[in-house]
Design a protein. Sequence first.
Length: 82
Amino acid sequence: MSDRQWQIDREDRRDREDKEWRDRQRKEDLDWRQTQETKASSRHRNELWVVGGAVTLALIIGSIVAAIVERGYFWPLWKFTQ
């Protein structure tokens, strides 16, 4: 009988330790996932700033070049104006 009780106690202890390990792993995984989401959000925000700045600069440069061409300052190079 004591061998049977010892096996039951051993299985209970193993199940309890396994449950504790799974709970600990689950908590660590959730913490890691939240950290990764925070980092990804920060990277995404930085990428949007970079792309937005590049597009803004391209629009500004394009507008300046279009105004210069319209005024005829490139006349010796191109004959776009009348």
